[in-house]
Design a protein around this ligand. Structure first.
Ligand code: SF4
Ligand code: SF4
Length: 341
């Protein structure tokens, strides 16, 4: 196309508005679950709480390894696990989101991804630019999350259904969620130092945790490789302004590609939103353009989430089958429980 003939886009898309809404809602949901769980644990420890709270099963979304173990258990036995079933329900749902909607879990739902995004955009505002790691270092660091994922896969795959059942029914496995909470409540100096370091790095490097270290994101990226949702570029309509590549938090050369197939694309649609040329960038679904809008994506994510949650609840596959008396016994001694060998 002759550059003088290009058509400026007049109608902005709605991706970023809806993405902000979905991110905000899921962040609040996680805060609500987190507060409820802290109160539940403190109450069982005999500490002061402003009100009694029951255990929110959604906290198992923070137990991805239990989710992997339970998925392995389900695949081997065909039976739904009774301990931490929500961990599996949520993991499978998020993987399916990534298969259908291109790693949308990372760009639209994950609260850690949302906080990471706030950190690096705050850093960019404060310093007037974003800092990029050298390409060779970026490549080396990016492989870390796949190595971690591989280690988790290896650990889970070498367990059979009986050992998974035994592990999850052990005192440690039963209150793996409390152990995880206590890790953050009673941070060791080394863990606190690492978290502080990560926060500082995240101000400079976009999505540092997600890009380099998150095995969950690595899994979602691999699932997204088969996704029918893809960002596409019409070279004829493109004016080579490079805005899409500059805005991409995953450093993808959007302005040079015809389709974005990378496992690093988090489906944030920032590239599409910033593109000034009519029809140059689009979100395609199974080869169809224009099906996916911000509103439709937000509605689809929310509907699937609610349907899966209600389905798991109504069929009794949401709550862990752990009596309250067992929690009363185990939670006060949680810090003394070691990982079973
Ligand atoms: S390619 Fe587009 S949708 Fe994918 S991460 Fe980059 S800006 Fe986001
Ligand atoms: S933002 Fe990217 S796709 Fe859009 S016109 Fe510029 S270079 Fe082309």
């Amino acid at each position: 196309m002759n550059r003088h003939q290009w058509k400026r886009r007049i109608q902005p898309d709605d991706f970023q508005w809806w993405r902000g809404v979905v991110q905000g809602v899921f962040l609040l949901l996680n805060v609500w679950i987190g507060v409820g769980f802290v109160l539940f644990v403190r109450g069982l420890e005999g500490r002061w709480v402003p009100w009694e709270s029951s255990r929110p099963p959604g906290v198992e979304g923070w137990l991805p390894i239990a989710g992997m173990m339970n998925t392995r258990y389900f695949l081997e036995t065909g039976q739904m696990p009774s301990i931490h079933p929500a961990a599996m329900v949520l993991l499978v749902m998020f993987v399916l989101f990534s298969v259908v909607f291109r790693k949308a879990f990372c760009g639209w739902l994950c609260p850690v991804g949302t906080v990471s995004e706030w950190l690096w955009t705050t850093g960019r505002e404060a310093f007037g630019r974003r800092f990029l790691t050298p390409k060779w270092l970026d490549l080396v660091l990016r492989t870390c999350k796949y190595v971690l994922l591989l280690a988790f896969f290896y650990a889970v795959l070498r367990m059979d259904a009986a050992s998974i059942e035994g592990f999850l029914a052990s005192p440690y496995g039963l209150i793996a969620d409390v152990k995880m909470l206590n890790f953050f409540r009673f941070l060791s100096p080394m863990a606190a130092g690492f978290l502080g370091f990560l926060v500082i790095v995240s101000l400079f490097v976009p999505n540092a945790w997600c890009r380099y270290l998150c095995p969950y994101g690595a899994l979602m990226g691999l699932a997204a490789l088969v996704s029918p949702t893809r960002i596409g570029r019409e070279a004829n309509a493109c004016i080579d302004c490079g805005k899409c590549a500059r805005v991409c938090p995953s450093r993808l050369p959007v302005d040079k590609l015809v389709q974005i197939r990378s496992a690093e694309c988090i489906g944030c649609m920032e590239c599409v939103s910033v593109c000034p040329a009519e029809g140059a960038l689009y979100v395609g679904f199974a080869g169809k353009k224009g099906w996916i809008t911000g509103q439709r994506l937000a509605v689809a994510i929310s509907v699937v989430f609610v349907v899966v949650y209600m389905g798991a609840r109504l069929t009794g596959h949401w709550e862990s089958a752990i009596p309250l008396d067992l929690y009363r016994e185990l939670v006060p001694v949680a810090r003394e429980l070691d990982h079973p060998r």
